[in-house]
Design a binder for this molecule. Structure first.
Ligand code: ATP
Ligand code: MG
Length: 548
């Protein structure tokens, strides 16, 4: 695996050298309101790999301070995704575990005259915040006495007020050039059931207030987040200072990872699931980690992809196909290479004895000597892929089978097609070929050159299987603002009913293969011994060039 190297690592080195910190402690703070996507993988890998590089550690902290959308299902899903990536958090915490301690700090700010209870509605508050060019206006509640604020805040907690009726705000500066500093909200009232706290609380801290305190409570040294929090850092530091926090974490921002024709906002992913446009969060077309896993991407391909695309202080957009190269790199030498025929065409070897089957040696992975061999069956009745046959050879570039043309069946014999059988609609249903015994693989036969090499499976021993190929869920669009649901690709999934050789009859969900000449595939989670199902992870090669 590549080593992590980026601007944050340099900062950490400097911080250790200067003595600002004694060790590196990071956290990954997802909101448990959906499954994680490949963008989150950047945050996870950055946090865990950086801490690991300095023998530090990383906490998983569920940012569950907004009870409206959170759910245990997502908590479990996130834990499973981290485990799959191979990262073990030192601690698993929930933001809501700090509600009492956070409340205490709010009281401290009120007592210091740095927070007040406001009666303004959300709308009035935002109207009075001013703009980037004009200062805001002080709320009429801004000068409430400490005693009154303490009483009102306690009443807020006690449930005396309705949602939105009161807000606790930090008292900073309504004319501050950074809008986030214009008396930001610290607590809002929400009478709603919390997935862990039940009805214990009806006031909930805002992210900007809760997050720095949580970082400090845990002794986080470097609080890494994506770029959109850039102009919140000043507020982060303000809360840390004014709340007199013992541990002083620092926030650093990195660019978000975007992928072409792939939408990664959780809201959109949820919309796809809820509208049943996909089979679930783990649909193999989804950019979620569970979707990518089901599609057959390995943890190493994802980690190397994230590390390989680098990290900077600007958002970056990469092509989804870049991930393919990392998958191929990972599996090229690891995956078994069985024969599969997705789109079968029946072949009869007319000069081969009926009822006879012979077993020929086939390497498990011809690029790896130690990978061993297995036997493939050869007989009178075979399947080849329809894409490997054309009735009339069109030109010299056609390096597959055609009528009156001879090809090599890989690891078996040369065969020549003599007759094409069609149904009443003119569809080819079967082809008749002859084989040449002298051309047996491994005998060193070199008197003629075949017109290409194709692969096959033997009909009577082959096992039925279903294959799925995927393409992007979204079609490209020049219009950035076009509704994603209108960009859905109607052909993002293609089903094939074909065969695999019995070599992999005991395949289990999650097994990876390189099907000879077909591509990388994984056994689907719904695959059973009576009903084999394979997902294409990516093709063998592509014309796409990685920009490195
Ligand atoms: P979304 O915008 O998809 O709803 P989010 O940022 O609200 O995602 P969180 O659960 O808050 O999701 O994210 C946890 C962490 O992952 C945050 O630190 C966030 O910055 C980071 N993260 C989310 N998406 C990306 C991305 N595309 N690239 C890099 N980091 C990301
Ligand atoms: Mg977020």
């Amino acid at each position: 695996m590549a080593e992590i190297n980026n601007f944050i690592k340099t900062i950490m080195e400097d911080d250790l050298k200067s003595g600002r910190v004694k060790e590196i402690i990071t956290r990954f703070p997802p909101e448990p309101n959906a499954y994680l996507h490949i963008g989150h993988a950047r945050a996870i890998i950055t946090n865990f790999e950086l801490a690991k590089a300095f023998n530090g550690y990383t906490n998983l902290r569920f940012d569950d301070t907004n009870p409206a959308k959170e759910d245990q299902e997502f908590v479990d899903g996130i834990i499973e995704d981290l485990k799959w990536l191979g990262y073990t958090p030192k601690n698993i915490y929930f933001g809501s575990d700090y509600f009492e301690a956070t409340y205490e700090k709010a009281i401290l700010l009120i007592k210091k005259g740095l927070a007040y209870v406001d009666d303004l509605s959300q709308e009035e508050m935002s109207k009075m915040r001013g703009t980037l060019t004009t200062p805001g206006v002080n709320s009429p509640c801004r000068d409430r006495s400490v005693e009154e604020n303490l009483r009102l805040f306690e009443e807020m907690r006690a449930g005396k007020y309705k949602d939105g009726e009161k807000t606790l705000r930090a008292k900073i500066d309504m004319a501050h050039p950074n809008m986030n500093m214009r008396d930001p909200a610290m607590y809002r009232i929400m009478h709603i059931n919390h997935h862990r706290q039940g009805n214990k609380w009806c006031i909930y801290p805002m992210y900007d207030f809760a997050h720095p305190l949580q970082d400090s409570f845990e002794g986080i040294t470097h609080s890494l987040c994506s770029l959109e929090y850039d102009n919140h850092r000043i507020l982060y530091d303000w809360f840390i200072e004014k709340c007199e926090m013992k541990n002083v974490p620092h926030q650093y921002e990195f660019g978000r990872l975007n992928i072409n024709n792939t939408v990664m906002s959780k809201r959109y992913l949820k919309q796809l699931v809820d509208s049943k446009k996909v089979s679930g969060y783990d649909d193999p077309r989804m950019p979620t980690l569970c979707g990518l896993r089901r599609r057959g991407f390995t943890k190493d391909s994802i980690i190397n992809f994230i590390l390989g695309t680098g990290l900077s202080r600007v958002n970056s957009t990469v092509e989804f196909e870049e991930l393919y190269d990392y998958l191929r790199d990972d599996l090229k030498l690891k995956a078994l290479r069985p024969n599969a025929i997705l789109n079968p065409l029946k072949v009869v070897i007319t000069n081969y004895e009926d009822g006879k089957i012979e077993y020929l040696d086939c390497p498990n992975n011809q690029e790896v000597e130690d990978a061993g061999t297995h036997k493939i069956a050869f007989g009178r009745y075979l399947y080849i892929d329809r894409d490997d046959f054309i009735e009339v050879k069109p030109n010299k570039h056609w390096k597959r089978l055609a009528k009156d043309v001879e090809v090599r069946l890989m690891h078996a014999y040369f065969i020549k097609c003599n007759e094409v059988i069609k149904d009443e609609n003119g569809e080819i249903v079967e082809i008749h070929c002859t084989y040449d015994k002298a051309t047996k693989s491994g005998t060193g036969f070199n008197e003629r050159k075949p017109n290409g090499n194709i692969n096959f499976v033997e009909q009577t021993t082959a096992i039925k299987a279903t294959f799925y190929k995927y393409s992007s869920l979204l079609l490209p669009s020049d219009d950035e603002n076009k509704d994603f649901m209108e960009r859905l690709n109607p052909n993002s999934i293609t089903e094939y009913k074909g065969f695999v050789e019995p070599f992999i009859k005991d395949t289990k969900p999650g097994d990876h293969y390189q099907f000879v000449r077909m591509g990388y595939y994984v056994t689907d989670k719904d695959s059973t011994s009576d009903n084999l199902i394979f997902n294409e992870t990516c093709p063998l090669k592509s014309s796409f060039k990685v920009s490195k």
